[in-house]
Design a protein around this ligand. Structure first.
Ligand code: FMN
Length: 369
């Protein structure tokens, strides 16, 4: 019996990843209505915008869904470093017919310092809340738990997963290095073993009592079956949903994802200030030339990243976008979210029965030998 699915109340072991700026209430509702768990990412939204997104999911679904928060350490401004980074980006702005911003701001408030968002969540009580980039303080966790909310948190290592278990979180998202979008590392300046999804999922299944949700590079039912075979209770797919009509991805991002460009992805800090996996483009190339320590802190660097992309788009250039995608992005499909979930389910069932069939044939062969 799958304790995680029972606890939350969904029937398929498929979670649509929260993707701030890309996943939408319509996407989350479609996935939850199809038996999976839909998610909205509100890490980049203020409390009232997030409340509106929760209401929009509820208007389209009465099923459980997940609300995702960023728990990064609030940024420490470093004006000389920010000015040097803007000077570095200035030629690109000028070439695109724009001026770089005069200065950079911390464009999102981390949940760890956002009392308004906590209050809103305690009033709205979504069934599930998940944390990325670390954990909030114990009091915030206790308040959400006391409100009956099921809590999930991302880990990229055994250490982070152990901290998640010790904090009383209900399940851990094992995010492999293959994953698209921001790596959920607690401390972006700490050494990183860059564990892949198979290694990390299996390690956490064996070492933790908590249910494990595998994430990173999973694009179809065979990938889901493989993760269930590793002992994962569910899987979380992000890139697989980016090209759905319900996604907020812009035309340039969709085109890159659905072209051979998505055969190449790169982990870069240049766009936002934290490591994130992106389709190789002009921005990731620029990042590869940046000296270590040049990029300002997250999310201050993202202020510059978004401004450069806005300037590029105005000039008809799509290659400066935050085109987040995992290593298997080239397998992305452009299907309505409900159709995609139905296909993932039937592929998963086929993969599991193929596996059983092959084992049976092998056993027969051995008996006959
Ligand atoms: C476009 C995009 C945006 C993402 N935004 C978030 C986010 O806001 N919060 C979060 O916890 N994870 C986010 N992620 C990471 C996913 O939760 C997940 O770890 C990842 O998508 C799994 O790898 P895959 O993309 O290969 O499926 C994002 C991923 C993508 C592709």
């Amino acid at each position: 019996m799958n304790a995680l699915l029972r606890k939350i109340g969904f029937s398929l072991p498929i979670i649509q990843a929260p993707m701030a700026g890309v996943s939408t209430p319509a996407m989350a509702a479609a996935v939850s209505n199809s038996g999976g768990l839909g998610s909205i990412g509100v890490g980049a939204s203020d409390a009232e915008t997030a409340r509106g997104m929760i209401a929009a999911v509820r208007a389209a679904s009465d099923r459980p869904f997940n609300v995702n928060l960023f728990c990064n350490r609030p940024a420490i401004a470093d004006r000389p470093r920010e000015a040097a980074w803007l000077a570095r980006l200035a030629p690109d702005f000028l070439r695109l017919g724009a001026q770089p911003p005069a200065e950079l701001r911390e464009i999102y408030t981390s949940f760890v310092a956002d009392d308004a968002k906590l209050t809103m969540l305690l009033e709205e009580r979504p069934k599930v809340v998940s944390f990325h980039f670390g954990l909030p303080p114990a009091e915030q966790i206790a308040a959400l738990r006391d409100a009956g909310i099921v809590l999930l948190a991302t880990a990229t290592s055994l250490n982070e997963a152990q901290a998640i278990a010790a904090a009383g979180i209900d399940a851990v998202v094992a995010q492999g290095f293959e994953a698209g979008g921001h790596r959920g590392v607690f401390d972006p300046d700490a050494p990183d073993d860059r564990l892949g999804t198979i290694a990390l999922t299996r390690l956490l299944v064996l070492r933790l009592e908590l249910p494990v949700i595998a994430a990173g590079g999973i694009m179809d039912g065979a990938g889901i079956a493989a993760c269930l075979a590793l002992g994962a209770s569910a899987v979380q797919l992000g890139t697989a949903f980016v090209a759905c009509p319900e996604s907020a991805a812009d035309p340039g991002y969709r085109a890159a994802l659905l072209s051979s460009a998505s055969e190449h992805t790169v982990m870069t800090t240049a766009i936002s200030g934290r490591p994130a996996r992106c389709i190789a483009n002009r921005f990731t190339a620029l990042g590869e030339q940046a000296e270590p320590g040049m990029v300002p802190a997250y999310p201050i660097a993202y202020d510059a990243g978004k401004a450069l992309n806005t300037a590029a788009k105005a000039a008809g250039e799509a290659g400066f976008g935050a085109q987040w995608a995992g290593q298997a992005a080239v397998l992305a499909r452009s299907l309505p979210a409900a159709t995609l979930v139905a296909e993932l389910r039937s592929e998963m069932e086929q993969a599991l029965s193929r596996l059983a069939e092959n084992l049976f044939i092998n056993q027969e062969g051995e008996q006959g030998a």
